[in-house]
Design a binder for this molecule. Structure first.
Ligand code: GAF
Length: 394
């Protein structure tokens, strides 16, 4: 990590600002074992932070009101005045940051200038939540540098709101929560309604979770993510109109859903059907992990893929191909598209000693069919955002 990420970020800081950074922060991406699209529907999710990070090298610049942010990997930078009104800008990456700053720009928070360089090992557009790592990383930095006393939960919520208001993606809370609350070797079982959560040991008993990147890039602003959310909101309206006593979306039953099928229309019906089944699957998956029933966990992952592909309709040919072919291989217990969909990675539950063979076969087939070289990520479940305090090795 030093060679690849931390040292180059520090070196860039030195050349840009002719000084040493005062702090280094690491903000991780995430995987999600199961529970897709249910984070905006009172569902449960099972994500975990991973050892792919955005690294921020940071220095306060008290002599000025200017905050300069250098996006090393993009070769771009942006400067804003911390005392001026903040509005969305053309550079999309900067909106994740400005959306956070605008929420914290209050009379009681006294900011000064800052110098920041960031660089990342989280592939962009691969469904590993580089955007949540950026938003929450920046909120975390402000909290530390200016002693804002924001709770970890609020850091996640501020990150999510930044996406809603400055980026235009109506995302749920899962990605931000995982980036902030991740714990080494633990999976988070998060209730997206109350934000109560518990940690599970990520012991997969000789199996591992491998990510196959389809290299089909997507962004939730244009992918159909917001549209799916609208379909779901329409469905919810009909459900609550007919069953006003129901407290949470997850309390609706499939029988109730069937009773309002006509009124809801086929699209919203399919979306809600997927969601109610997925919420149940997550509870079953948490039970399977805690009981060590890895085979059943695999079955649930594969069922999720079928739901995402046919009911929620967020897959694509490339991902269906990766999943279907992975499932044909010995040692693969389950596979599915991971994250919001429309591209990005599949997550595969594979027997550790069969992994190399599966990778070889799937890579070859994928290249042959789509002329795309699939990428493979072996990820380790890791801690959430933190300041990196080891002595910097340059
Ligand atoms: C994206 C969103 F940002 C999350 O909130 C979540 O809805 C996910 O897609 C699908 O589970 O990553």
């Amino acid at each position: 990590m030093h060679e690849q990420l931390i040292n180059p970020t520090i070196n860039k800081f030195k050349t840009e600002f002719k000084s040493e950074p005062e702090h280094i922060f690491l903000s991780p991406g995430r995987i999600n074992i199961i529970g897709e699209h249910v984070d905006y529907s009172d569902g449960f999710v099972l994500p975990a932070a991973i050892d792919k990070y955005i690294c921020f090298a940071v220095r306060k610049a008290p002599q000025t009101n200017l905050c300069t942010i250098v996006a090393k990997d993009l070769g771009e930078d942006y400067t804003f005045d911390v005392t001026m009104e903040i509005k969305p800008v053309q550079q999309m990456w900067m909106n994740y940051i400005l959306g956070v700053f605008s929420q914290l720009q209050k009379p009681e928070n006294k900011f000064c200038g800052m110098e920041i360089v960031f660089s990342s090992t989280i592939p962009m557009g691969a469904g590993l939540s580089s955007s949540a790592a950026l938003e929450c990383g920046f909120a975390y930095i402000l909290n530390e540098l200016f002693d804002l006393q924001i709770s970890k939960k609020d850091i996640a919520v501020i990150g999510q709101k930044s996406e809603h208001s400055f980026v235009g993606v109506q995302c749920g809370i899962m990605d931000q929560f995982a980036s902030v609350f991740g714990k080494e070797d633990k999976v988070i079982m998060l209730d997206c309604n109350s934000l109560e959560h518990q940690y599970f040991d990520a012991d997969l008993k000789g199996y591992s979770l491998l990510l196959f990147d389809s290299c089909v890039k997507h962004t939730h602003l244009t992918s159909g993510y917001n549209e799916r959310r609208k379909d779901v909101e329409n469905g919810k309206k009909v459900l609550w109109k007919n069953f006003p006593e129901t407290e949470k979306f997850r309390d609706f039953t499939l029988a109730m859903l069937d009773m309002v099928k006509e009124e809801m229309g086929s699209i919203s019906y399919k979306r809600c059907l997927y969601l109610l089944k997925e919420i149940y699957r997550v509870e079953m998956a948490a039970k399977a992990i805690s009981e060590g029933d890895i085979e059943y966990l695999g079955t649930l992952l594969t069922e999720t893929h079928a739901g995402l592909s046919t009911e929620f309709e967020v897959s694509c040919n490339e991902l269906d191909f990766l999943v279907e072919n992975a499932l044909l291989q010995k040692g693969v217990l389950g596979a599915r598209i991971m994250g919001g969909g429309f591209g990005g990675c599949s997550i595969n539950l594979i027997q550790e000693n069969k992994a190399e063979e599966v990778i070889r076969i799937i890579s070859e087939k994928y290249l042959e069919n789509f002329n795309i070289q699939m990428k493979v990520y072996h990820v380790k479940i890791s801690d959430g955002i933190k300041e990196y305090t080891n002595e910097y090795i340059i």
